[in-house]
Write a protein that binds this ligand. Structure first.
Ligand code: ADP
Length: 221
């Protein structure tokens, strides 16, 4: 098996999520070993990833043969076959991989992945659904959930903060959010200052607890 650099990532399951993730990692300059049981998928991905292997990762022996234990980071992107996802994750835990990310298709699936020792469980479909829901309502342009219930929200400003310096709008006390940066039409994003004056057609990025940040982007006044 090819020797991989310490920041190489093992991606297991090259479905829609796994293949997009693996391709992006390669684009970011990481070596990626992609693994899938499906020969056709393995062939399709072979030109895009550093190395691709056809293997069933529910087999400890198969994982040993591909050198899974040499990786510091692995992503289990098997979703529809929940049993295979859980078995694979638990074997990677036994191999002592330092950072195991696993995709869950339901809360119950996620809880089990957590129990067997995945370090991070992600819910791509649920999270994207939530994100799009926030964007199709109100003035929100983009939404990124951070840890500890915080979110960054890109939005058009509500009328009550337009036309006066941010420091005089009382935005933190009234809305519970902070304006992090601002983009005037035709200009790049710039950091917001207390004396920055927001115009109605500006884009702003605010940071705050999720509920407050979302409510702020839905304020109509
Ligand atoms: P998505 O919704 O992202 O397309 P899927 O769960 O449908 O995700 O796809 C997961 C991929 O994982 C599929 O390409 C499938 O062939 C692969 N896969 C499923 N079971 C195993 C396994 N035991 N070992 C390796 N790959 C697997």
């Amino acid at each position: 098996m090819a020797r991989f650099q310490p920041d190489a990532v093992l991606v297991i399951g090259l479905g829609r999520f796994g293949s997009a993730l693996a391709g992006t990692l390669v684009g970011l300059g990481h070596q990626v070993l992609g693994v899938d049981t499906d020969r056709k998928i393995v062939q399709e991905m072979s030109s895009q990833l550093t190395h691709v292997v056809e293997a069933d990762t529910t087999s400890e022996e198969a994982l040993r043969q591909i050198g899974a234990g040499d990786f510091n980071r692995a992503v289990v992107a098997i979703g529809s076959d929940v049993e295979a996802s859980i078995l694979t994750t638990s074997l990677l835990v036994d191999f002592g991989i330092a950072q195991i990310w696993a995709k869950a298709v339901s809360r119950a699936h996620g809880r089990i992945l957590d129990r067997v020792g995945a370090h991070r469980v992600v819910y791509p479909e649920h999270d994207m659904g939530e994100r799009v829901a926030h964007m199709v309502t109100g003035r929100m342009v983009d939404y990124v959930e951070l840890s500890d219930n915080y979110a960054l929200v890109e939005t058009r400003p509500p009328a009550d903060i337009v036309g006066k310096p941010l420091g005089q709008t009382g935005i933190r006390s009234r809305h519970g959010v902070t304006v992090v940066c601002i983009k005037h039409v035709g200009a790049d994003f710039d950091y917001a200052h207390p004396d920055t004056v927001v115009k109605a057609d500006d884009l702003i990025v605010v940071l705050g607890p999720i509920q407050k940040a979302v409510r702020f982007a839905q304020t109509r006044n």
